[in-house]
Ligand binder design. Structure first.
Ligand SMILES: [Mg+2]
Length: 226
């Protein structure tokens, strides 16, 4: 893919896995919540994991997936409080701040566009202090549609003015990149190193990067090839 920054005026960035280390979220849902659930119901940990993983999967691609109030009610656990217990794992990926500064220097509009619930967003922005870099922040919960649904992207356009043909989207979800592609967003970037604990695997469909430093041209030119 040829990326000419002269042709891009807006950058949409996902949060979890894209600019923040998804190790926090994976550890939280796959380890921490089952541990607390097992303790509460006096279940073996493996049994709690089986049970919870099934329930999580049943809500995949819906807003319930990221809705802390939904899970608090469903599981009878104070999910926002449990998140605070492991919030030391919340971390910004390497080179994200450098990339945001590059975008600011070139006067691009930068939006954080996330499926994360308002309570998750508040915890993470407070912990990382990354909010002020963005022109605006939109949670899919405000629009009532997750990014996995093609209808999300026109709904977003009513909220923030962007032109699909001059917009870049960074995501660690190929599903979300696919819905954005269907809507015509032109520059689609897959973040393959979404967690500090995974071995990155490039997407077969989308241009892939490990780090956002790969999108910063090094030679003073504004174009690069991915
Ligand atoms: Mg993500």
């Amino acid at each position: 893919m040829k990326l000419d920054w002269n042709n891009i005026d807006t950058v949409l960035l996902d949060m979890d896995g894209t600019i923040l280390d998804r190790h926090f979220d994976d550890h939280f849902w796959l380890e921490h919540v089952p541990k607390r659930y097992a303790a509460k119901h006096r279940l073996p940990l493996d049994e709690a994991k089986d049970l919870l993983y099934k329930r999580f999967r049943s809500q995949e691609n819906t807003l319930n997936w990221t809705d802390l109030d939904y899970w608090t009610e469903q599981l009878g656990l104070d999910i926002p409080l449990l998140k605070q217990e492991v919030d030391h794992l919340i971390a910004v990926h390497p080179f994200v701040v450098e990339f945001l500064l590059f975008l600011k220097r070139h006067e691009k509009r930068i939006y954080l566009v996330t499926n994360a619930h308002g309570k998750t967003l508040a915890l993470k922005l407070n912990k990382t202090r990354i909010g002020p870099y963005f022109t605006g922040i939109v949670s899919a919960h405000e629009l009532g549609i997750p990014k996995e649904d093609v209808a999300f992207w026109p709904a977003l356009q009513k909220r923030i003015p962007y032109h699909p043909e001059s917009t870049l989207l960074g995501e660690d979800s190929e599903t979300n990149l696919s819905t954005a592609a269907t809507y015509g967003i032109r520059y689609l970037i897959y973040v393959s190193r979404f967690s500090s604990t995974v071995t990155p695997r490039a997407s077969e469909r989308f241009a892939s990067i490990h780090y956002f430093s790969q999108l910063i041209p090094q030679d003073g030119e504004m174009a690069l090839t991915l």
